[in-house]
Design a protein. Structure first.
Length: 457
Protein backbone atom coordinates (compact mmCIF):
# COMPACT_ATOMS: atom_id res chain seq x y z
CA UNK A 1 0.00 0.00 0.00
CA UNK A 2 1.41 3.41 -0.97
CA UNK A 3 2.44 5.86 1.75
CA UNK A 4 -0.12 8.66 1.86
CA UNK A 5 2.60 11.20 2.67
CA UNK A 6 4.79 10.20 -0.27
CA UNK A 7 4.33 12.33 -3.41
CA UNK A 8 3.19 10.62 -6.58
CA UNK A 9 4.14 11.70 -10.07
CA UNK A 10 2.53 11.19 -13.46
CA UNK A 11 4.06 8.35 -15.41
CA UNK A 12 6.12 9.10 -18.48
CA UNK A 13 3.73 9.41 -21.46
CA UNK A 14 3.77 6.68 -24.05
CA UNK A 15 4.20 8.74 -27.21
CA UNK A 16 5.61 7.91 -30.63
CA UNK A 17 8.66 10.01 -31.37
CA UNK A 18 10.31 9.89 -34.78
CA UNK A 19 13.20 12.23 -33.96
CA UNK A 20 16.17 10.14 -32.67
CA UNK A 21 17.27 12.86 -30.24
CA UNK A 22 13.73 13.08 -28.87
CA UNK A 23 13.74 9.32 -28.40
CA UNK A 24 16.96 9.51 -26.41
CA UNK A 25 15.62 12.35 -24.28
CA UNK A 26 12.43 10.37 -23.64
CA UNK A 27 14.52 7.41 -22.56
CA UNK A 28 17.08 9.19 -20.37
CA UNK A 29 15.29 12.09 -18.69
CA UNK A 30 13.96 11.44 -15.18
CA UNK A 31 10.23 12.18 -15.57
CA UNK A 32 9.67 12.33 -11.82
CA UNK A 33 12.12 15.21 -11.62
CA UNK A 34 10.55 16.94 -14.63
CA UNK A 35 7.11 16.83 -13.03
CA UNK A 36 8.51 17.70 -9.59
CA UNK A 37 9.17 21.24 -10.82
CA UNK A 38 6.27 23.40 -9.56
CA UNK A 39 7.09 26.35 -11.88
CA UNK A 40 7.21 28.55 -8.76
CA UNK A 41 10.05 30.72 -10.03
CA UNK A 42 12.29 30.64 -6.96
CA UNK A 43 15.11 29.52 -9.25
CA UNK A 44 14.92 32.59 -11.49
CA UNK A 45 16.94 35.08 -9.41
CA UNK A 46 19.49 32.36 -8.63
CA UNK A 47 20.20 31.62 -12.31
CA UNK A 48 23.09 33.60 -13.88
CA UNK A 49 21.87 33.24 -17.48
CA UNK A 50 18.34 34.36 -16.60
CA UNK A 51 19.73 37.35 -14.72
CA UNK A 52 21.77 38.33 -17.78
CA UNK A 53 18.98 37.93 -20.36
CA UNK A 54 15.64 38.02 -18.51
CA UNK A 55 14.42 35.27 -20.85
CA UNK A 56 12.27 32.47 -19.46
CA UNK A 57 13.97 29.85 -21.61
CA UNK A 58 17.32 30.87 -20.08
CA UNK A 59 16.13 29.83 -16.62
CA UNK A 60 16.10 26.41 -14.93
CA UNK A 61 12.29 26.48 -14.91
CA UNK A 62 12.26 27.30 -18.61
CA UNK A 63 14.76 24.61 -19.53
CA UNK A 64 12.84 22.00 -17.54
CA UNK A 65 9.66 23.04 -19.36
CA UNK A 66 11.46 22.57 -22.69
CA UNK A 67 12.72 19.13 -21.66
CA UNK A 68 9.26 18.05 -20.57
CA UNK A 69 7.70 19.34 -23.80
CA UNK A 70 10.06 17.13 -25.80
CA UNK A 71 9.41 14.07 -23.63
CA UNK A 72 5.65 14.69 -23.90
CA UNK A 73 5.92 14.85 -27.68
CA UNK A 74 4.81 18.49 -27.84
CA UNK A 75 7.96 19.88 -29.47
CA UNK A 76 11.02 18.72 -31.36
CA UNK A 77 14.53 19.03 -29.86
CA UNK A 78 15.58 21.46 -32.59
CA UNK A 79 18.73 23.58 -32.64
CA UNK A 80 17.29 26.36 -30.42
CA UNK A 81 16.36 23.68 -27.87
CA UNK A 82 19.89 22.27 -27.97
CA UNK A 83 21.36 25.77 -27.70
CA UNK A 84 19.39 26.39 -24.51
CA UNK A 85 20.75 23.21 -22.96
CA UNK A 86 24.26 24.38 -23.87
CA UNK A 87 23.72 27.89 -22.49
CA UNK A 88 23.26 26.53 -18.97
CA UNK A 89 26.38 27.01 -16.84
CA UNK A 90 25.59 23.96 -14.73
CA UNK A 91 26.38 26.00 -11.61
CA UNK A 92 23.38 24.44 -9.82
CA UNK A 93 22.60 27.58 -7.84
CA UNK A 94 18.95 26.79 -8.59
CA UNK A 95 19.03 23.64 -6.44
CA UNK A 96 19.43 25.29 -3.00
CA UNK A 97 16.75 27.81 -4.04
CA UNK A 98 14.24 25.13 -5.07
CA UNK A 99 11.53 24.34 -2.46
CA UNK A 100 10.66 21.10 -4.29
CA UNK A 101 14.28 19.85 -4.28
CA UNK A 102 14.34 19.33 -8.06
CA UNK A 103 17.62 17.67 -9.10
CA UNK A 104 18.24 20.09 -11.94
CA UNK A 105 21.91 19.18 -12.26
CA UNK A 106 21.00 15.59 -13.02
CA UNK A 107 18.39 16.67 -15.57
CA UNK A 108 20.76 18.93 -17.50
CA UNK A 109 23.41 16.20 -17.62
CA UNK A 110 20.84 13.66 -18.82
CA UNK A 111 19.65 16.08 -21.49
CA UNK A 112 23.15 16.82 -22.73
CA UNK A 113 23.99 13.13 -22.76
CA UNK A 114 20.96 12.41 -24.95
CA UNK A 115 21.67 15.33 -27.27
CA UNK A 116 25.32 14.43 -27.70
CA UNK A 117 24.53 11.05 -29.23
CA UNK A 118 23.15 12.77 -32.33
CA UNK A 119 24.78 16.19 -32.12
CA UNK A 120 26.35 17.69 -35.24
CA UNK A 121 29.25 19.86 -34.14
CA UNK A 122 31.51 21.90 -36.37
CA UNK A 123 34.84 20.35 -37.35
CA UNK A 124 36.83 22.51 -34.88
CA UNK A 125 34.46 21.74 -31.99
CA UNK A 126 34.49 18.02 -32.80
CA UNK A 127 38.27 18.09 -32.89
CA UNK A 128 38.54 19.95 -29.59
CA UNK A 129 36.10 17.61 -27.85
CA UNK A 130 37.93 14.54 -29.11
CA UNK A 131 41.37 15.81 -28.14
CA UNK A 132 40.38 17.01 -24.67
CA UNK A 133 37.69 14.57 -23.56
CA UNK A 134 38.93 11.40 -25.26
CA UNK A 135 42.65 11.74 -25.83
CA UNK A 136 43.94 13.98 -23.01
CA UNK A 137 41.96 14.21 -19.74
CA UNK A 138 41.43 10.46 -19.19
CA UNK A 139 45.16 9.69 -19.56
CA UNK A 140 47.50 10.92 -16.83
CA UNK A 141 50.60 10.22 -18.91
CA UNK A 142 49.33 12.41 -21.72
CA UNK A 143 48.43 15.16 -19.27
CA UNK A 144 52.02 15.11 -18.01
CA UNK A 145 53.19 15.37 -21.62
CA UNK A 146 50.86 18.34 -22.06
CA UNK A 147 52.32 19.91 -18.94
CA UNK A 148 55.88 19.47 -20.19
CA UNK A 149 54.93 20.87 -23.60
CA UNK A 150 53.24 23.92 -22.11
CA UNK A 151 56.18 24.49 -19.76
CA UNK A 152 58.59 24.39 -22.72
CA UNK A 153 56.39 26.81 -24.65
CA UNK A 154 56.25 29.20 -21.70
CA UNK A 155 59.95 29.10 -20.78
CA UNK A 156 61.79 28.61 -24.07
CA UNK A 157 60.85 31.89 -25.72
CA UNK A 158 58.26 30.35 -28.03
CA UNK A 159 55.55 32.28 -26.20
CA UNK A 160 57.23 35.59 -27.04
CA UNK A 161 57.81 34.48 -30.62
CA UNK A 162 54.14 33.51 -31.05
CA UNK A 163 53.04 36.87 -29.73
CA UNK A 164 55.65 38.90 -31.62
CA UNK A 165 54.99 37.31 -34.99
CA UNK A 166 51.23 37.68 -34.69
CA UNK A 167 50.63 33.93 -34.73
CA UNK A 168 48.28 34.23 -31.77
CA UNK A 169 45.88 36.24 -33.92
CA UNK A 170 44.99 32.96 -35.60
CA UNK A 171 43.07 32.08 -32.43
CA UNK A 172 39.80 33.65 -31.23
CA UNK A 173 40.16 36.62 -28.91
CA UNK A 174 38.90 34.80 -25.81
CA UNK A 175 41.47 32.02 -26.27
CA UNK A 176 44.28 34.58 -26.69
CA UNK A 177 43.18 36.22 -23.46
CA UNK A 178 43.10 32.91 -21.59
CA UNK A 179 46.58 32.01 -22.87
CA UNK A 180 47.98 35.19 -21.37
CA UNK A 181 46.87 34.40 -17.83
CA UNK A 182 47.78 30.69 -17.72
CA UNK A 183 50.00 29.89 -14.73
CA UNK A 184 53.32 28.10 -15.17
CA UNK A 185 52.72 24.54 -16.34
CA UNK A 186 54.70 21.46 -15.34
CA UNK A 187 55.04 17.80 -16.21
CA UNK A 188 56.06 16.97 -12.62
CA UNK A 189 52.95 16.54 -10.56
CA UNK A 190 52.49 15.98 -6.86
CA UNK A 191 53.50 12.27 -6.95
CA UNK A 192 56.73 13.01 -8.81
CA UNK A 193 57.56 15.68 -6.24
CA UNK A 194 56.37 14.07 -3.00
CA UNK A 195 55.84 10.36 -3.55
CA UNK A 196 52.63 8.46 -2.90
CA UNK A 197 52.64 8.63 0.94
CA UNK A 198 53.37 11.68 3.10
CA UNK A 199 53.44 11.37 6.91
CA UNK A 200 51.40 13.39 9.37
CA UNK A 201 53.10 15.91 11.61
CA UNK A 202 52.69 14.45 15.07
CA UNK A 203 50.20 11.72 15.83
CA UNK A 204 48.02 10.97 12.81
CA UNK A 205 44.34 11.87 13.14
CA UNK A 206 43.35 9.96 10.03
CA UNK A 207 44.68 8.57 6.77
CA UNK A 208 43.38 10.59 3.81
CA UNK A 209 43.79 10.31 0.04
CA UNK A 210 44.36 13.35 -2.15
CA UNK A 211 42.39 13.54 -5.37
CA UNK A 212 45.03 15.32 -7.47
CA UNK A 213 42.88 16.08 -10.53
CA UNK A 214 44.12 16.43 -14.10
CA UNK A 215 44.29 20.19 -14.74
CA UNK A 216 45.28 20.75 -11.09
CA UNK A 217 48.37 18.57 -11.46
CA UNK A 218 49.48 20.36 -14.65
CA UNK A 219 48.70 24.04 -14.02
CA UNK A 220 48.37 24.06 -10.23
CA UNK A 221 50.86 21.41 -9.13
CA UNK A 222 52.24 23.74 -6.44
CA UNK A 223 48.73 23.92 -4.97
CA UNK A 224 48.59 20.12 -4.82
CA UNK A 225 51.96 20.06 -3.06
CA UNK A 226 50.84 22.75 -0.60
CA UNK A 227 47.62 20.80 -0.02
CA UNK A 228 49.59 17.75 1.07
CA UNK A 229 51.86 19.80 3.34
CA UNK A 230 48.93 21.65 4.88
CA UNK A 231 47.12 18.38 5.56
CA UNK A 232 50.27 16.98 7.17
CA UNK A 233 50.60 20.06 9.39
CA UNK A 234 46.98 19.55 10.47
CA UNK A 235 47.64 15.94 11.52
CA UNK A 236 46.72 13.84 8.48
CA UNK A 237 48.72 11.10 6.82
CA UNK A 238 48.28 11.67 3.09
CA UNK A 239 48.14 9.00 0.40
CA UNK A 240 48.25 9.97 -3.28
CA UNK A 241 47.27 6.93 -5.38
CA UNK A 242 49.20 7.21 -8.63
CA UNK A 243 46.67 5.10 -10.54
CA UNK A 244 43.82 7.59 -10.07
CA UNK A 245 42.39 9.23 -13.18
CA UNK A 246 40.32 12.27 -14.15
CA UNK A 247 37.14 12.59 -12.07
CA UNK A 248 34.94 12.77 -15.20
CA UNK A 249 33.26 16.08 -14.36
CA UNK A 250 33.99 17.73 -17.71
CA UNK A 251 32.73 14.61 -19.47
CA UNK A 252 29.51 14.56 -17.47
CA UNK A 253 28.88 18.27 -18.11
CA UNK A 254 29.58 17.82 -21.84
CA UNK A 255 27.17 14.96 -22.46
CA UNK A 256 29.75 12.16 -22.23
CA UNK A 257 28.22 10.24 -19.33
CA UNK A 258 29.53 6.84 -20.41
CA UNK A 259 33.09 8.19 -20.33
CA UNK A 260 32.45 9.77 -16.92
CA UNK A 261 31.18 6.45 -15.59
CA UNK A 262 34.24 4.57 -16.89
CA UNK A 263 36.55 7.03 -15.14
CA UNK A 264 34.50 6.77 -11.95
CA UNK A 265 34.83 2.98 -11.88
CA UNK A 266 38.61 3.23 -12.08
CA UNK A 267 38.78 5.79 -9.29
CA UNK A 268 36.47 3.78 -7.04
CA UNK A 269 38.70 0.71 -7.26
CA UNK A 270 41.89 2.71 -6.75
CA UNK A 271 40.72 4.66 -3.71
CA UNK A 272 39.08 1.68 -2.05
CA UNK A 273 42.38 -0.20 -2.28
CA UNK A 274 44.17 2.75 -0.65
CA UNK A 275 42.39 2.06 2.65
CA UNK A 276 41.66 5.66 3.64
CA UNK A 277 39.22 7.42 5.94
CA UNK A 278 38.57 10.39 3.64
CA UNK A 279 39.15 11.42 0.04
CA UNK A 280 40.26 15.07 -0.10
CA UNK A 281 39.56 17.43 -2.98
CA UNK A 282 40.99 20.92 -3.47
CA UNK A 283 38.94 21.58 -6.62
CA UNK A 284 35.23 22.27 -6.19
CA UNK A 285 34.35 21.10 -9.69
CA UNK A 286 36.01 17.72 -9.18
CA UNK A 287 34.66 17.25 -5.68
CA UNK A 288 31.08 17.89 -6.79
CA UNK A 289 31.13 14.90 -9.13
CA UNK A 290 33.07 12.71 -6.71
CA UNK A 291 30.38 13.16 -4.03
CA UNK A 292 27.78 12.11 -6.60
CA UNK A 293 29.50 8.96 -7.85
CA UNK A 294 26.74 7.01 -6.12
CA UNK A 295 24.14 8.70 -8.33
CA UNK A 296 26.30 8.52 -11.44
CA UNK A 297 26.55 4.74 -11.04
CA UNK A 298 23.13 4.11 -9.49
CA UNK A 299 22.23 1.66 -12.28
CA UNK A 300 25.57 -0.15 -12.09
CA UNK A 301 24.99 -3.31 -10.04
CA UNK A 302 28.70 -4.02 -9.73
CA UNK A 303 29.93 -0.59 -8.63
CA UNK A 304 26.97 1.10 -6.93
CA UNK A 305 27.72 -0.28 -3.46
CA UNK A 306 31.34 0.82 -3.81
CA UNK A 307 30.18 4.26 -4.93
CA UNK A 308 27.96 4.50 -1.83
CA UNK A 309 31.04 3.78 0.30
CA UNK A 310 33.09 6.36 -1.58
CA UNK A 311 30.77 9.38 -1.92
CA UNK A 312 30.27 10.26 1.77
CA UNK A 313 34.03 10.12 2.36
CA UNK A 314 34.77 12.88 -0.16
CA UNK A 315 35.50 16.21 1.54
CA UNK A 316 36.82 19.57 0.46
CA UNK A 317 40.10 20.37 2.17
CA UNK A 318 38.68 23.41 3.98
CA UNK A 319 35.86 21.39 5.53
CA UNK A 320 38.20 18.55 6.49
CA UNK A 321 40.55 20.97 8.21
CA UNK A 322 37.74 22.72 10.09
CA UNK A 323 35.83 19.58 11.09
CA UNK A 324 38.63 17.12 11.83
CA UNK A 325 42.07 18.76 11.70
CA UNK A 326 44.47 20.18 14.29
CA UNK A 327 44.48 23.67 12.89
CA UNK A 328 47.91 25.30 12.89
CA UNK A 329 48.33 29.03 13.46
CA UNK A 330 48.26 31.37 10.47
CA UNK A 331 49.44 34.98 10.24
CA UNK A 332 50.40 37.45 7.53
CA UNK A 333 53.79 38.78 8.64
CA UNK A 334 53.77 41.47 5.94
CA UNK A 335 50.81 43.19 7.58
CA UNK A 336 50.22 44.78 10.95
CA UNK A 337 47.28 44.75 13.34
CA UNK A 338 46.77 48.45 12.54
CA UNK A 339 46.92 47.93 8.78
CA UNK A 340 45.78 44.35 8.00
CA UNK A 341 45.81 42.78 4.55
CA UNK A 342 42.33 42.71 2.99
CA UNK A 343 41.14 39.51 1.34
CA UNK A 344 37.91 38.42 -0.30
CA UNK A 345 36.55 35.11 -1.59
CA UNK A 346 34.81 33.87 -4.73
CA UNK A 347 32.76 30.73 -4.10
CA UNK A 348 33.18 27.72 -6.32
CA UNK A 349 29.59 27.03 -7.42
CA UNK A 350 29.93 23.29 -7.08
CA UNK A 351 31.68 23.54 -3.74
CA UNK A 352 28.86 25.71 -2.41
CA UNK A 353 25.80 24.25 -4.14
CA UNK A 354 26.72 20.56 -4.32
CA UNK A 355 29.33 19.90 -1.62
CA UNK A 356 27.62 22.38 0.76
CA UNK A 357 30.97 23.77 1.91
CA UNK A 358 30.49 27.54 1.87
CA UNK A 359 31.29 28.31 5.52
CA UNK A 360 34.49 26.28 6.02
CA UNK A 361 36.73 28.40 3.72
CA UNK A 362 35.48 31.56 5.38
CA UNK A 363 36.17 30.14 8.84
CA UNK A 364 39.74 29.38 7.79
CA UNK A 365 40.32 32.81 6.29
CA UNK A 366 39.07 34.52 9.45
CA UNK A 367 41.66 32.62 11.51
CA UNK A 368 44.62 34.27 9.76
CA UNK A 369 46.07 36.96 11.99
CA UNK A 370 46.67 40.42 10.49
CA UNK A 371 44.16 39.73 7.74
CA UNK A 372 40.75 41.33 7.24
CA UNK A 373 38.17 39.28 5.38
CA UNK A 374 35.68 41.33 3.33
CA UNK A 375 32.68 39.47 1.93
CA UNK A 376 32.23 40.16 -1.76
CA UNK A 377 28.70 41.03 -2.86
CA UNK A 378 27.17 38.04 -4.64
CA UNK A 379 30.23 35.88 -4.01
CA UNK A 380 27.89 32.93 -4.45
CA UNK A 381 27.14 33.88 -8.09
CA UNK A 382 28.94 31.97 -10.84
CA UNK A 383 32.02 33.68 -12.27
CA UNK A 384 31.37 32.26 -15.75
CA UNK A 385 34.08 29.60 -15.80
CA UNK A 386 31.88 26.50 -15.37
CA UNK A 387 34.34 23.90 -16.61
CA UNK A 388 35.00 24.86 -20.23
CA UNK A 389 31.96 27.16 -20.52
CA UNK A 390 34.19 30.22 -20.85
CA UNK A 391 35.71 28.56 -23.93
CA UNK A 392 32.51 27.27 -25.54
CA UNK A 393 30.26 30.21 -24.55
CA UNK A 394 32.68 33.16 -24.33
CA UNK A 395 30.09 35.91 -24.82
CA UNK A 396 27.86 34.92 -21.90
CA UNK A 397 30.87 34.00 -19.75
CA UNK A 398 32.41 37.40 -20.44
CA UNK A 399 29.25 39.30 -19.47
CA UNK A 400 28.96 37.36 -16.21
CA UNK A 401 32.64 37.94 -15.44
CA UNK A 402 32.41 41.69 -16.03
CA UNK A 403 29.60 41.98 -13.48
CA UNK A 404 31.51 39.76 -11.06
CA UNK A 405 34.54 42.04 -11.24
CA UNK A 406 32.41 45.08 -10.40
CA UNK A 407 31.75 43.46 -7.02
CA UNK A 408 35.33 42.19 -6.62
CA UNK A 409 36.85 45.61 -7.25
CA UNK A 410 34.59 47.21 -4.64
CA UNK A 411 36.14 45.04 -1.90
CA UNK A 412 39.52 46.73 -2.49
CA UNK A 413 41.08 43.35 -1.61
CA UNK A 414 44.76 42.63 -1.98
CA UNK A 415 44.01 38.93 -2.46
CA UNK A 416 41.01 37.33 -4.14
CA UNK A 417 40.82 33.70 -3.07
CA UNK A 418 38.91 30.72 -4.47
CA UNK A 419 38.85 26.92 -4.20
CA UNK A 420 38.64 25.73 -7.80
CA UNK A 421 41.09 25.92 -10.73
CA UNK A 422 38.47 27.08 -13.24
CA UNK A 423 37.38 29.90 -10.94
CA UNK A 424 41.01 30.89 -10.40
CA UNK A 425 41.70 31.17 -14.13
CA UNK A 426 38.45 33.04 -14.76
CA UNK A 427 39.08 35.50 -11.94
CA UNK A 428 42.68 36.01 -13.11
CA UNK A 429 41.22 36.90 -16.49
CA UNK A 430 38.75 39.21 -14.78
CA UNK A 431 41.48 41.07 -12.91
CA UNK A 432 43.53 41.37 -16.11
CA UNK A 433 40.58 42.76 -18.12
CA UNK A 434 38.53 44.67 -15.56
CA UNK A 435 40.80 45.22 -12.57
CA UNK A 436 44.35 46.05 -11.57
CA UNK A 437 46.75 43.11 -11.30
CA UNK A 438 49.24 45.29 -9.42
CA UNK A 439 46.72 45.73 -6.60
CA UNK A 440 44.77 42.43 -6.59
CA UNK A 441 46.23 38.92 -6.76
CA UNK A 442 44.14 35.80 -7.35
CA UNK A 443 45.17 32.76 -5.29
CA UNK A 444 43.92 29.36 -4.26
CA UNK A 445 42.97 29.39 -0.59
CA UNK A 446 45.39 26.51 0.08
CA UNK A 447 48.36 28.49 -1.26
CA UNK A 448 47.34 31.56 0.72
CA UNK A 449 47.08 29.58 3.96
CA UNK A 450 50.23 27.53 3.48
CA UNK A 451 52.33 30.63 2.81
CA UNK A 452 51.09 32.06 6.13
CA UNK A 453 51.77 29.07 8.37
CA UNK A 454 53.68 30.29 11.41
CA UNK A 455 55.55 26.97 11.60
CA UNK A 456 56.17 25.25 8.27
CA UNK A 457 58.10 22.23 7.17
Amino acid sequence: MANANQPTFPSKPNVKLSNPTAQKLHLKLDYDQLTNCMRCGFCLPACPTFRETGLEQESPRGRIALMKAVVDGIMEPDQPFQDQMSHCLGCRACEPACPADVKYGQLIEQARDAIEEHAEHSIPVNGLRKVLLKEMFPHQGRMKWLGRSLAFYQKSGLRKVAKGTGMMRLFPKHLREMEQILPSATGKGVVERMGTVYPAKGEAIARVALFRGCIMDVLFADTNVNTVKLLSEAGFEVVIPDEQVCCGALHAHSGELDSAKALARTNLSVFKEAGVDYIVSNAGGCGALLVEYDHLLHEDNEYHSLAKWFAPRVMDISKLLIDHGRLPAFADSSASTEDPITITYQDSCHLRNVMKSASAPRQLMRQVANVQFVEMKEADRCCGSAGIYNVTQPKMAGEILEHKMEHANRTDARYLLSSNPGCLLQMKLGVAKHGDSSRMEVMHIVDFLYERLLETK
